[in-house]
Design a protein around this ligand. Structure first.
Ligand SMILES: [Zn+2]
Length: 110
């Protein structure tokens, strides 16, 4: 079984080392529970083991992968997570925290 390589920009900045694996696991469970064990894109059910927790807010825009509330993170199934990282769809959060899914091609200019 092979997994996609992490994006290069993910390898650059690691969160501070003092964040324990337990804390990360807790945040992960919290995000999945908040999203009711469903992928926020396709609404398909995911298990705690199989869910992918995705950072929907870029760290450059204030996203914090170790925010204890799990703000800025969403639950995805493996298939939808692939679509996000292959730039097929894009997930953004409204200021109120609602999830918006848009085709990547909507806003390609940068
Ligand atoms: Zn999905």
């Amino acid at each position: 079984m092979s997994f996609p390589k992490p994006h290069p920009h993910r390898a650059l900045k690691r969160p501070a080392a003092q964040v324990t694996l337990e804390a990360r696991a807790r945040i992960r469970r919290q995000v999945i529970a908040r999203d009711q064990c469903r992928c926020v894109v396709c609404r398909g059910p995911v298990s705690y083991e199989g869910a992918h927790v995705h950072e929907a807010v870029f760290r450059s825009q204030g996203g914090n992968p170790v925010d204890p509330t799990g703000a800025g993170m969403v639950t995805l199934c493996p298939s939808c997570h692939q679509l996000v990282h292959h730039r097929v769809i894009r997930i953004t959060l409204t200021p109120e925290g609602a999830v918006e899914v848009t085709p990547w091609t909507d806003k390609t200019s940068r």
